[in-house]
Design a protein around this ligand. Structure first.
Ligand code: BES
Ligand code: ZN
Ligand code: ZN
Length: 467
């Protein structure tokens, strides 16, 4: 799909183009005048809409276009969009928002669908009319890069577990990042053993698929001595729960349990393509959490790469185990900031519903900064506390730590996950993002069923703007 601008007016386009007009109110109409079709979309009853509402409006426009036969669309001008927004938006920001959200709404996962005889009918051209603003055009170009990277993230996440093993995920990272400035290295089981990543190895024991540890390095800063930002993404390619096996309902979407990792791959792709001037590292500890005669057991004690030992009180709390080794590996970069991204707990969903991911940090200033970047990027976050009071629940029985609290394990489940991870983040500024609430799309998102591709936009914003 091409998203461009023109100085021309909408009516100058021939009849095979669909005109989109914005109006007051809530109604949506497809009007035909002489041979020309116009789709009018209500922006709401008020005079203006917020930036949040604007993102949804753009997606709604795409959804309505997809219901028609048209593949070429002329949108209103930049000035028209700006006239409806309450916030005073810069034109490059608006361009990025429009292009990104067009692509977010246009995405479908159809790798496994048989194509119709005539092929898929896709939107091929979107033109913003009466617009020459150069900054806006740059924003559109940025949005196209970001939107494409998010689609790649969603493809990775949506791919069924049988076709997305740790090995395949490692290969996919290399393929996706090929030709960019990102150097990708995939460590295999032998190297993981050498690094003494006992937690990652423990989780992977029940699977016939070996674990991988994916390392992606982007040296976009002034030089290599500039401290990088490190993203650590959970890469559980399928989470059965292990011997603490999940019930039927709980297991269904668990091929998406590597979506944190997938978001790191997509973010690095976009960061490199945008040429962001910062050193950024992506790490993905990847394993399959399976049930078999070789599975790790409840009660096993694992020795993590850090040397700290962990009682496995529940094999379904596997994400925090593999991330523990990921965080320890991150130390070697002497990072300016480490952010881990993980579909870590159902409890985060219970706490927040499906409209925000949870953010936690021992340093609440970091959590608040990320929350603000979330609002700016569209990948919304809401903070949960990680006070010292919560740390005591991470103490072990026989080992140093336990992967779930010894009692009352259901209280504050999302915080317990964050608190456990904080034991491995002592040597650098750190935040934890529990993306379980945003793992799959929900009503009102105007996104295809399945992976949302969050928080790719946020990770790009962190790389670009965090200070
Ligand atoms: N991957 C799950 C968390 C999850 C659940 C993500 C639902 C998205 C939707 C994670 O590994 C898990 O199973 N967590 C347990 C932790 C518990 C054993 C303390 C959970 O949430 O039940
Ligand atoms: Zn689990
Ligand atoms: Zn999991």
């Amino acid at each position: 799909m091409k998203i461009t601008t023109t100085s021309k007016e909408q009516y100058t386009y021939p009849k095979d183009w669909l005109r989109v007009e914005l109006t007051k109110g809530k109604k949506i109409h497809l009007l035909k005048e002489e041979d020309l079709f116009t789709l009018t979309i209500g922006v709401g009853d008020g005079d203006k809409i917020s930036t949040r509402e604007l993102r949804i409006l753009v997606r709604k426009i795409v959804e309505e276009i997809k219901k028609t036969e048209f593949t070429k669309v002329v949108l209103p001008s930049l000035a028209t969009f700006l006239g409806y927004t309450t916030e005073k938006l810069e034109s490059d920001y608006l361009g990025e928002l429009i292009a990104t959200n067009i692509l977010l709404a246009n995405y479908t996962f159809r790798i496994y669908k048989t194509a119709p005889k005539k092929g898929w009918r896709d939107i091929t051209d979107v033109v913003c009319t009466e617009t020459t603003d150069k900054l806006f055009v740059r924003g559109l170009e940025r949005g196209a890069i970001i939107g494409a990277a998010i689609s790649e993230t969603r493809d990775l996440a949506n791919t069924p577990g049988g076709d997305m093993t740790p090995q395949i995920l490692g290969k996919a990272a290399q393929t996706i990042l090929k030709g960019t400035k990102v150097q990708t290295t995939v460590l295999g089981k032998k190297e993981i053993e050498k690094l003494k990543m006992g937690a990652l190895l423990g989780v992977s024991k029940g699977s016939s698929e070996d674990p991988r540890f994916i390392v992606m390095e982007y040296w976009g800063g002034k030089n290599k001595s500039e401290k990088p930002i490190v993203f650590v993404g959970k890469g559980i390619t399928f989470d059965t729960g292990g011997l603490n096996i999940k019930p039927t309902d709980g297991i269904l979407d668990m091929h998406l349990d590597m979506s944190g990792g997938a978001s790191v791959i997509g973010a690095l792709k976009a960061i490199a393509k945008l040429g962001i001037k910062r050193n950024v590292i992506g790490l993905i500890p990847s394993a399959e959490n399976m049930v078999s005669g070789s599975s790790y057991r409840p009660g096993d004690v694992l020795t993590t790469m850090s040397g700290k030992t962990v009682d496995v009180l529940n094999t379904d709390a596997e994400g925090r185990l593999v991330l523990a080794d990921g965080l320890t590996y991150a130390e070697r970069y002497k990072p300016a900031l480490v952010v881990d991204i993980a579909t870590l707990t159902g409890a985060a969903l219970v706490a927040l519903g499906q409209h925000a991911s949870a953010v936690m940090s021992k340093d609440e200033q970091i959590a608040f900064k990320l929350k603000d970047l979330g609002e700016e990027s569209g990948d919304y976050l809401w903070p949960l506390p990680l006070w010292d009071e919560y740390l005591k629940y991470t103490k072990g029985v026989h080992g140093d730590l336990a992967n779930i609290p010894q009692s009352n394990g259901r209280y504050g489940g999302a915080i317990n996950g964050g608190a456990f991870l904080s034991n491995f983040s002592g040597s650098f500024p750190w935040a934890h993002i529990d993306t379980a609430p945003r793992m799959t799309s929900t009503a009102g998102d105007y996104l295809a069923k399945g992976a949302t591709g969050e928080p790719v936009r946020l990770l790009i914003a962190i790389a670009e703007k965090y200070s």
